[in-house]
Design a protein. Structure first.
Ligand SMILES: [Zn+2]
Length: 59
């Protein structure tokens, strides 16, 4: 079970952490896209988002 959120888009590091910031923008995004997840690169500090997908394959 490999997590496929990949790596930092900026530096390519795989040391990315889930971010639990509660900025207003992030709250709004979260409302609009419930499956969205926030990540932060531990190496360069870049923040980025990914859409979390459930493992239900076909629909
Ligand atoms: Zn990075």
């Amino acid at each position: 079970m490999s997590d496929s959120f990949g790596s930092c888009p900026q530096c390519g590091s795989e040391k990315v952490l889930r971010s639990h910031r509660k900025g207003v923008k992030e709250k709004v995004l979260k409302l609009l896209t419930p499956s969205i997840r926030f990540y932060r690169c531990h190496k360069c500090g870049a923040r980025f988002i990914r859409e979390g997908r459930d493992n239900n394959g076909a629909k």
